[in-house]
Design a protein around this ligand. Structure first.
Ligand code: SF4
Length: 172
């Protein structure tokens, strides 16, 4: 990878946003996602180190603030907004949409589908065409490639980092 892997991830996020936008428009009548709804902002989310590094570079001041209380994502603010929204990880950019993914079982490739229960009203997701869902897999693969390049050029050894662990410990 010629480009800085962290810049690559930033561009990858922009591509994800471009692809998510028409899907979001398509499902506008069922999507309840809005600022202040943080049902999918769980505690314990982890991201590739290369995405953690993007947050470190873009939001050093946020990482010196207090993390949010345990039980929900440490980046939530008091109003339920995301303090790193502009550079939030990939996984946060597709939540809420109807999702599909492939998996193997007994030698067969099967398809799983899911959607946030708050967005379930509307056409059953089983009846949607594949193009109407976000496919999990291709972008995770590209993130993994960026992570491999990041690890090679920075000697960062851990693949994934817990979002809460990015906050700087309080000074004694
Ligand atoms: S980083 Fe932001 S969008 Fe992602 S889980 Fe945390 S608060 Fe939610």
């Amino acid at each position: 990878m010629e480009m800085d892997p962290v810049e690559y991830v930033e561009r990858l996020h922009a591509v994800v946003d471009q692809l998510v936008e028409p899907l979001t428009d398509h499902h506008a009548s069922r999507l309840q996602c809005k600022r202040g709804c943080f049902g999918c902002c769980s505690d314990g989310l982890s991201v590739f180190g290369v995405e953690a590094e993007l947050i470190r570079r873009k939001f050093p001041e946020v990482l010196r603030e207090q993390p949010g209380p345990e039980g929900m994502c440490a980046f939530l603010d008091a109003e339920g907004g995301c303090r790193v929204y502009a550079h939030r990880p990939y996984v946060c950019r597709t939540q809420g949409l109807p999702l599909r993914w492939g998996y193997e079982q007994d030698g067969e490739v099967l398809e799983g589908r899911d959607i946030c229960p708050l967005n379930a009203d509307g056409k059953p997701i089983e009846e949607l065409s594949p193009e109407e869902l976000w496919t999990i897999g291709p972008f995770e693969h590209r993130l993994a490639e960026a992570q491999a390049a990041f690890g090679a050029c920075t000697e960062a050894c851990c693949d994934r980092e817990d979002l809460r662990s990015l906050f700087e410990p309080p000074t004694p």
